[in-house]
Design a protein around this ligand. Structure first.
Ligand SMILES: C=CC1=C(C)c2cc3[nH]c(cc4nc(cc5[nH]c(cc1n2)c(C)c5CCC(=O)O)C(CCC(=O)O)=C4C)c(C)c3C=C
Ligand SMILES: [Fe+2]
Ligand SMILES: [Fe+2]
Length: 336
């Protein structure tokens, strides 16, 4: 019997339904992760169970109801379709399994699917182009927790990041060019999910000083902010943009601690003040459309932009199940 290579694709996860109890369950599991709310466990317990989950769940559930489709939550159905497409692209020497860091299908169940096949090694491929302790780090930790209980420990290859993969950059650029043919834009925004500044400092004390996070190099290769800058630089190059044509910003801040900057809402206000009225927006930390793209960028930031006097706000959809994105993942697997 020929042994196969297992591929564990992992994304963040989404609630099982947009009901308040399911959203609360999701938020609890997500935010009780010590890599996400990285404060002392007792403080985290009271913050999440006493404040965030009770008050945020009803508000988030309302937004999830807007996002939900006949096929469910986009993050999940795009993930399932992507796993099928990658399986077809890789062929029968590979077994692809999809897991979500929070809720379902769990990483444990996705790994169990691989454990039941004749597997020689497992490649863990988080669906986050840029490394963050709160996402990729947490996925790696959960995989290690699960497999540490197995009698036979598999050979594991952990992918940490791929912020400038040329095929991924080309896919984002191709998606954006479609809108550039239809409309003239006077500015471009690359907006990324934010992180508390302290999480970057914990990973590397030099972070956020002396321009550590502005230039990507071998030395700071896992600095989230520097990786976002590199993704943007490569994407701008692929689109033929000069530095003055685009802005990089960070969204989805939670709580009152400082997160990495500039913030997307402040950037929108600055750009409108500077007279930019037509903006094309990319969301390159998300590889599938989700609450943070469709609703936050596509609706809430659009509203803010128009309220401040902007005219045309266009969000570029995410990679979802684009054939070149499937090729990108295939290439990462074949080179792992
Ligand atoms: C792309 C990478 C992501 C990073 C980095 C990240 C960090 C991070 N997120 C929160 C809090 C929330 N994020 C929420 C939703 C959400 N976050 C990501 C990705 C990253 N998060 C995605 C893809 C999604 C959408 C999931 C979906 O179901 O569509 C939410 C829930 C929604 C809400 O209530 O706003 C929270 C909360 C923190 C605190 C954090 C880093 C510390
Ligand atoms: Fe998030
Ligand atoms: Fe840094």
């Amino acid at each position: 019997m020929k042994l196969k290579t297992g591929i564990l694709l992992v994304n963040l996860g989404t609630p099982d339904s947009p009901s308040v109890p399911d959203v609360r369950k999701y938020l609890r599991q997500f935010l009780m992760d010590g890599r996400v709310i990285d404060i002392n466990p007792i403080g985290r317990f009271f913050l999440v169970n006493g404040i965030i989950a009770p008050f945020r769940a009803p508000k988030s559930a309302k937004t999830y109801r807007e996002l939900w489709t006949d096929r469910g939550s986009p993050l999940l159905f795009y993930g399932e379709e992507l796993a099928d497409l990658l399986q077809k692209a890789l062929g029968e020497d590979y077994v692809v399994s999809l897991g979500m860091r929070y809720q379902n299908p769990s990483i444990a169940s996705a790994l169990e699917k691989l454990n039941h096949q004749a597997i020689k090694k497992i490649i863990v491929l988080p669906l986050f182009p840029q490394y963050a302790s709160a996402t990729t780090g947490s996925v790696h930790q959960e995989v290690m927790r699960v497999v540490s209980k197995w009698q036979l420990m598999p050979q594991l290859v952990m992918i940490d990041s791929y912020p400038a993969h040329p095929e991924m950059i080309a896919t984002f650029a191709e998606l954006g060019r479609k809108y550039m043919k239809e409309h003239t834009f006077d500015h471009f925004i690359f907006t990324y999910h934010g992180l508390p500044q302290r999480q970057l400092k914990k990973a590397d004390a030099r972070c956020l000083t002396n321009g550590c996070c502005d230039i990507y190099s071998e030395e700071n290769r896992l600095c989230y902010r520097a990786q976002c800058v590199e993704t943007s630089r490569q994407l701008a190059k692929a689109l033929g943009l000069e530095e003055k044509d685009y802005s990089i910003s960070f969204q989805s801040r939670l709580g009152s601690d400082p997160w990495i900057q500039p913030y997307t809402d402040a950037t929108i206000e600055r750009l409108v003040r500077e007279g930019k009225k037509n903006i094309l927006v990319f969301t390159p930390s998300f590889v599938a459309d989700c609450l943070e793209t469709t609703i936050e960028v596509g609706e809430e930031y659009k509203e803010l932009f128009e309220e401040k006097g902007g005219k045309h706000w266009q969000m570029v959809e995410s990679l979802n199940t684009h054939p070149r994105w499937v090729n990108t993942l295939k290439d990462i697997v074949l080179n792992a």
